[in-house]
Ligand binder design. Structure first.
Ligand code: C2E
Ligand code: MG
Ligand code: MG
Length: 576
């Protein structure tokens, strides 16, 4: 430990120096008061100090008072050394702030003992300071990523806003949220989720300058301050870089994960002049980015800061429902028309609304489509259906296809093929057990793009159906290579099929055309035995409808699968 000795008498000075050096102290010498003062004012001054009271110029008592005036951070332990040995002198020295007092002539053992007591105090205090720094760090930083937390972010933004105001500069802040983080966390566990957050923080940091602040607000939310910008659009370059930085997959343990991010940007002074407003507007803008399907950024606009419209409230409720996992899938069997054997299922989404109860797609899908929320919702459906199907297979049930409905927005937004590929990879489901249902209009309105995408999916082994066929009043026959495997005849044509000759003719024509193009035909919405018999007579391949089973929850569907297998086994045994 370092000790400062301020002593003007050369003989005492040398004696103390030699003794202390022998005991292993690192000795710093001052020959007079001024020299001691210079050393004590330095930032790296020794914490353990022996001051001679009486020195020419500045005496030890004055120095003691000066040191105490500066405060205790860090603490300097002062031993006054003096020939003044009256009780009043000692009291005066201690009152001035000295910790201890040695009278001359002194005994080296006494000096040693008093120094040791001093060292203990200095040691203890530096431990305390270390603990305080650590606590301060913990209170202002996120334990997982080591980034500043919400608290420190608020401080920094306040400080940067003051600077920006002073220099009449602009400033941008971003609100960033990982897309699909919840899915990863739920499916693969918190351990993987945590590692993903740490790696995400690294990617974000790598896109920023040293002067920029990135903080973790909690969960999978991060915020960024870009100070000193000249144009609100400057932020888009950074946002672009960050979005791009998420395109290579994350490798965590044995998993390869594709996670993207959505970013909202607000700019001072345009979108707000205080921390709360800027953060709120960037957050709202971030949700706009999510509604566009994520993997992109969105600027805040003043308009968004106003009172939310009824439409926005509903959208908000949908968004929250997605976060809270309020959606469930029901499964409806598809059976072979001739044998009645179950061939697969269609997954149909429902919203388990906390107040309104179970909501059906007609009550929320149109809004989800309009707002773009159908993209993340559709991805949830896709992931959930594949996960569930794989689970049934892993439980030893007979593998079969589960089909999900895909909206036009999903098909045209981002890279749908990559999304499907990724979901299959992540869930481990073989592509042949995934079906996709698209309405006729979806394909007809985006013919060339849709056909390309569907062919790519089919090349992967996924099966494509055209849903609600017949309602779009169009013909597929002009397509040379129809991008689908199956056609589902809309329920409306099958309603009175046995008694309505027009509908019967349409159904018959659709089936004949489909078969001529090597497509299978599914009849939807079969409610009666009459309908069933009639479709059988038309050579329809598969059917689906309340007559066979209503859509049911996953547990009930599993029961259907189990009894289906038992029946098949019994039949097999009978045949043998
Ligand atoms: P869809 O794909 O044509 O699905 C068939 C609809 O007919 C389902 O209604 C099903 O419950 C109903 N249905 C089945 N059999 C019968 C029957 O015998 N009689 C009658 N009256 N109805 C029957 P649901 O579940 O209300 O879904 C309606 C539509 O919402 C679906 O039509 C589909 O276009 C859409 N949808 C459902 N789930 C999703 C989804 O996850 N994503 C998207 N984008 N759309 C979905
Ligand atoms: Mg469907
Ligand atoms: Mg349909």
């Amino acid at each position: 430990m370092q000790v400062l000795i301020a002593e003007d008498d050369p003989i005492s000075r040398r004696l103390i120096e030699k003794t202390l050096a022998k005991w292993g102290y690192d000795v710093v010498l001052a020959q007079n008061g001024q020299e001691a003062q210079r050393i004590l004012r330095g930032a790296l001054a020794p914490r353990l100090v022996i001051l001679d009271w009486m020195m020419p110029g500045t005496d030890g008592l004055t120095l003691t008072r000066e040191v105490r005036k500066r405060g205790n951070d860090p603490y300097t332990y002062i031993i006054l050394l003096t020939a003044k040995s009256l009780k009043q002198d000692i009291i005066e020295g201690l009152d001035a702030g000295a910790d201890d007092y040695i009278t001359k002539p002194f005994d080296v053992h006494e000096l040693k003992a008093r120094l040791r007591a001093g060292s203990r105090i200095v040691e203890l205090q530096s431990q305390l300071l270390g603990m305080r720094d650590e606590l301060e760090d913990q209170a202002t930083h996120d334990f997982l990523t080591g980034l500043p937390n919400r608290l420190l972010f608020g401080d920094r933004l306040t400080q940067k806003l003051a600077e920006a105001t002073r220099h009449k500069n602009m400033l941008s802040m971003m609100f960033l949220d990982l897309d699909r983080f919840k899915l990863v966390n739920d499916a693969l566990g918190h351990n993987v989720g945590d590692k993903l957050l740490v790696q995400s923080a690294d990617r974000i940091k790598s896109c920023l300058r040293d002067v920029d602040t990135v903080a973790r607000m909690g969960g999978d939310e991060f915020t960024i301050i870009l100070s000193d910008i000249h144009d609100p659009l400057d932020a888009s370059e950074v946002a672009d870089r960050i979005v791009q930085s998420f395109s290579p997959p994350f490798k965590i343990d044995d998993h390869v994960l594709y996670v993207t991010t959505s970013i909202g940007i607000s700019t001072y002074p345009k979108d707000g002049t205080d921390v709360d407003t800027l953060v709120r507007n960037a957050d709202t803008a971030m949700y706009r980015a999510k509604e566009q399907g994520g993997n992109c950024y969105h600027y805040s606009t003043e308009m968004l800061a106003g009172a939310p419209s009824a439409q926005m409230k509903l959208e908000n409720a949908l968004r929250i429902a997605l976060d809270k996992n309020e959606f469930v899938l029901h499964y409806q069997p598809k059976v072979n028309c001739k044998t009645g054997v179950m061939l697969g299922a269609e997954a149909l989404v429902r919203w388990q609304h906390p107040e309104m109860g179970l909501l059906f797609p007609v009550q929320f899908i149109p809004l989800a489509e309009e707002s773009g929320l159908v993209v993340p919702l559709g991805e949830w459906v896709l992931t959930e259906a594949c996960t569930q199907n794989k689970k049934w297979q892993d439980e030893g049930l007979m593998p079969m296809e589960v089909a999900v409905n895909i909206s036009v927005k999903q098909l045209t937004h981002g890279d749908f093929v990559a999304t499907v590929k990724r979901v299959l990879e992540e869930t481990g489901l073989n592509p042949e057990y995934l079906g996709l249902e698209l309405t006729e209009t979806t394909i007809m309105n985006n013919t060339s793009q849709a056909v390309g995408i569907l062919q790519e999916l089919r090349a992967m082994g996924v099966r494509v159906s055209i849903d609600d066929f017949g309602t779009g009043h169009s013909s597929l026959s002009y397509l040379k290579n129809p991008p689908m495997d199956t056609i589902k005849i809309d329920r409306s044509f099958l309603k009175n099929i046995a008694s309505d000759p027009d509908n019967a003719a349409i159904a018959g024509a659709v089936i004949a055309m489909a078969h001529s193009m090597n497509l299978r035909v599914v009849a939807e919405g079969i409610e009666t035995l009459e309908q069933l018999d009639f479709l059988r007579s038309l050579n329809c391949d598969e059917m689906q409808g309340y007559f066979i089973s209503r859509p049911v929850g996953a547990d009930n569907f599993k029961q259907i699968m189990v009894s289906e297998e038992a029946a098949a086994d019994a039949k097999g045994k009978r045949a043998a």
